[in-house]
Design a protein around this ligand. Sequence first.
Ligand code: NAD
Length: 331
Amino acid sequence: MGYNVLITGGAGFIGSNFARMLVGESDIEHIKILDKLTYAGSLDNLENILDNPKIEFIRGDIADPDDAGRAMQNIDWVINFAAESHVDRSLTDASQFIRTNIEGVRNLLEIARDTKPKKFLQISTDEVYGPVLSGATDETARLKPSSPYSASKAAADMLCNAYLVSFGVPVIIARSANNYGAYQYPEKLIPRFVALAMQNKELPLYGDGRYVRDWLFVEDNCRALLLLLRKGEIGEIYNIGASELHENIEVAKILLDILEKPQKLLTNVEDRLGHDRRYCVDWSEIEKLGWKPKAHFHEQFEKTILWYRDRIEWWNHKTKEAENFYCKPSA
Ligand SMILES: NC(=O)c1ccc[n+]([C@@H]2O[C@H](COP(=O)([O-])OP(=O)(O)OC[C@H]3O[C@@H](n4cnc5c(N)ncnc54)[C@H](O)[C@@H]3O)[C@@H](O)[C@H]2O)c1
């Protein structure tokens, strides 16, 4: 008998990549995907796997006891990707972030007390540590989130620990760096910049553009997460990074080169409020379990850019919607 897995937020960027990887695993028997299909989620992201007999899609809300209660029956592994994930939106209105990212996680943890999964993997973020101006933060570093988004994720991590200690819910927390790859909603930097560049529009860079992120290929992240479900120690926190530190301006310049567009499209705009200068995690704990990123940054980055370019029509309606809702830093 194989594992029964619940993926929440599986119609979003990382969740859909994870589901695509998981269907190919021989010891996985059944995969339930619970997703509310907010603006950021789409069944398009599950193309080619939605009709796989292993997959069952349920439209529902992680913060709703009935939806989540039904989805969590007979589940061995829960992996919670469901979240409001865009920092800019959290600066305009944090209420939905509190509801999904905190109340939703509390609801899942509460249900897990009864349904007793073998593992509950909470997807957190390197942003909970706040800015890391030099060196790298390990999992024991204090949490100092700067945005309502990262604060809501940090709060969820705290709840996970509380439900582990108080009720024995078998929680593991993964704190991943900045992912890039296919199926990302075009409010985020890479797909947004590809869409703008293909229309010969300016690419807005916050502030001086010298914000540093660790660029982790989404498929490497997904392999790391599956390893945590298989071998991660209950109660532990694992950072997942790639040690590919690049400034936004550098990333944007490479993107324009790949698309053969002029560098003059780069435009500096007013900075995002509370913008963290640099993130960098020490990922030696997960390395000890036998994981390493495989992606070569420049190769996978180019493939990602071309993936969006070649689907520009397909992504167009999403891009238009994202532009309508995009929160200008001065707003
Ligand atoms: N993208 C990154 O670089 C990154 C880095 C580190 C951590 N993370 C974390 O990884 C997770 C996934 O991120 P992503 O980039 O794939 O996000 P995303 O915004 O692309 O997808 C989120 C998904 O969650 C669904 N969702 C939202 N609210 C829901 C609710 N109440 N109930 C059920 N489903 C709901 C959405 O419909 C969507 O499909 C998030 O928890 C995020 O905090 C992301």
